[in-house]
Design a protein around this ligand. Structure first.
Ligand code: IMP
Length: 178
């Protein structure tokens, strides 16, 4: 099934559906090996992280829980304002639990720095970060991201959960807007 009807002419495919799935399979196997017996909670960061989380958990063959958190910083802009708010808090009690935060993309890194500082205060036994994409040249804070799908250049990318003014999240591959 082609998605041509909803791919504008200025989009260029950067990472194919197949490459995304292959990389998630590898990360899933790595998480399964590292978290065996720990019953981790995987937390998807809404909205973009929902598709990564949905696919990633099905490549992790150990018992796990799922939760979601929603924060805001960008609105419909393409650069972080640096002011981050919690729009939906966690539902799970993460005290003493192994937690893996699942992001679609790390750009400035301010979102994951905010999440790390906030969630550490709840006393998880481990707090790890996974992201499908990372833009190393844009990182403004010293980050330690535990699982990275792909490092990419400084381009605005869409598809696979990532939006273009709230649209295009349903594209199965990732595209750079030219
Ligand atoms: P950070 O706080 O600057 O690291 O931004 C992380 C968030 O910004 C991501 O979860 C996305 O929602 C959004 N974002 C950053 N870069 C892009 C992009 O290239 N396309 C779509 N969303 C992006």
């Amino acid at each position: 099934m082609t998605q041509k009807a909803i791919i504008p002419a200025n989009y260029r495919m950067l990472i194919s559906e197949e490459s995304i799935q292959n990389r998630l399979k590898e990360i899933g196997a790595q998480i399964a090996a590292e978290f065996k017996g720990k019953h981790p909670i995987l937390v998807g960061v809404l909205n973009g992280g929902v598709i990564v989380l949905a696919d990633l958990i099905r490549y992790i063959d150990i018992d796990l829980e799922v939760d979601f958190i929603r924060i805001s910083s960008y609105g419909d802009e393409k650069e972080s304002s640096g002011h981050i708010k919690i729009l939906k808090p966690l539902s799970a009690d993460i005290k003493g639990r192994a937690v893996i935060i699942v992001e679609d993309i790390v750009d400035s890194g301010l979102s994951i720095q905010f999440l790390r500082n906030m969630l550490e205060a709840y006393g998880p036994s481990e707090l790890k970060f996974a992201t499908l994409l990372n833009k190393p040249s844009k990182n403004r804070v010293d980050l330690s991201i535990d699982y990275i799908g792909f490092d990419i250049d400084d381009k605005y990318v869409v598809g696979y959960g990532l939006d273009d003014k709230q649209f295009k999240r349903n594209l199965r591959s990732i595209y750079a807007c030219e």
